[in-house]
Design a binder for this molecule. Structure first.
Ligand code: ISE
Length: 348
């Protein structure tokens, strides 16, 4: 492969998402290649590097992958707990980063990352909130921004997974799943989250022992809107993410059906995706393509470290509300000028 003039990406974490991004960069994205991978599991790192070719080195140390020849950017797909250290190391090297959500598992870590980025003097981090790259979400965002439906009053969201993985905890319903709605609601409404309330029905018999599934999460926002989210990670029938905006002069809804609708034998219907890599495949492709294009043009776009921080602050309130059963206010610092929308563009 000719890697000249192509962006060399170090992919940190070669689990499910990391391996999927490696495939995506190699097969679908022009102008980029995977120059190195790192994973604590050496065998897995080597296996994934092997799918790329001899120019891709496999490491167990993320720093070594970032320092590998030809690396010009970093994609972090390691577990959330490893993000802060890897983000700080990437910033030390002044490398552009696409970091899978969460930016960090807690708001304090996100603040440290923001401080390091601000000290660098320019933005380098994009957070992988891929719903912002989904066609339907973008249509809804355009419609709300156009104002034709009037002011958004409420968002009704459903977030259903077929089955949760064995290590899924009740807190992860918020931190791992509803974190997407936290970001999507802020982005769609252009408002911050101010308080979170969690209501818990009797768990489904299909939920693993100890997992409080499903739950209803309610956010209040700085503009006085209400957002309700049904999170149900063992719904059993498929992967579904839906959102309906209720505005002063109309409603708009996304996520009902995708692709083929067939009629046969007295019934009509289509298929429901099995998981997020299927439902959001196009969104992931667009996200990585736009990140590569912007990085090659010397720009940083997309969800910022501030967005990662705001989502982490919302999650912290959500988990506290889940534990206490009380409405819990979201505690956040003022948005620094560095993260105001105009500072989003870097020109070299
Ligand atoms: C997973 O980590 C994701 O990010 C998915 O989008 C979400 O639907 C799922 O609940 C999470 O576990």
């Amino acid at each position: 492969m000719n890697t000249e003039n192509s962006l060399g990406v170090a992919v940190l974490g070669t689990g499910r998402m990391g391996a999927d991004h490696v495939r995506r960069i190699e097969r679908l994205i022009s102008g980029a290649h995977v120059a190195a991978v790192a994973d604590v599991d050496e065998v897995r790192a080597k296996e994934v590097a092997g799918t790329v070719g001899p120019h891709c080195a496999a490491h167990t140390d993320p720093a070594a992958a970032m320092d590998a020849p030809g690396v010009g950017a970093v994609l972090i797909a390691s577990p959330g707990a490893a993000h802060e250290e890897q983000l700080l190391a990437a910033l030390e090297r002044d490398l552009p980063v696409l970091c899978e959500k969460p930016l960090t598992p807690d708001p304090q870590g996100a603040l440290r990352v923001m401080a390091a980025e601000e000290a660098l003097g320019h933005r380098r981090i994009q957070v992988g909130f891929m719903r912002r790259f989904d066609r339907e979400y973008r249509e809804l965002k355009r419609l709300l921004a156009s104002g034709t439906h009037g002011r958004p009053l409420m968002l009704h969201c459903r977030h259903r997974n077929t089955v949760s993985h064995p290590l899924f905890t009740t807190e992860m319903l918020i931190n791992d799943s509803v974190v997407h709605e936290m970001d999507a609601a802020r982005w769609l409404l252009e408002q911050e989250l101010t308080a979170v309330t969690v209501l818990r029905p009797t768990p489904s018999a299909a939920a693993p022992e100890g997992l409080g599934d499903p739950q209803l999460i309610i956010f209040e926002t700085s503009g006085g809107a209400l957002v309700d989210v049904e999170i149900f990670v063992n719904c059993g029938f498929g992967y579904q993410v839906q959102a309906e905006a209720v505005c002063e002069h109309g409603t708009a809804r996304i996520g009902d059906a995708h692709g083929l609708l067939a009629n046969t034998a007295g019934r009509w219907g289509g298929e429901i995706a099995d998981d997020f890599t299927g439902r959001f495949a196009d969104a992931y492709d667009h996200q990585v393509r736009e990140w590569v294009d912007a990085t090659r043009a010397g720009r940083v776009t997309g969800p910022s470290a501030w967005d990662g921080y705001a989502a982490a602050a919302g999650c912290a309130a959500g988990v506290a509300a889940q534990r206490s059963g009380q409405r819990t206010e979201v505690e956040m610092i003022e948005r620094p000028a560095f993260y105001s929308p105009v500072s989003y563009v870097r020109t070299n």
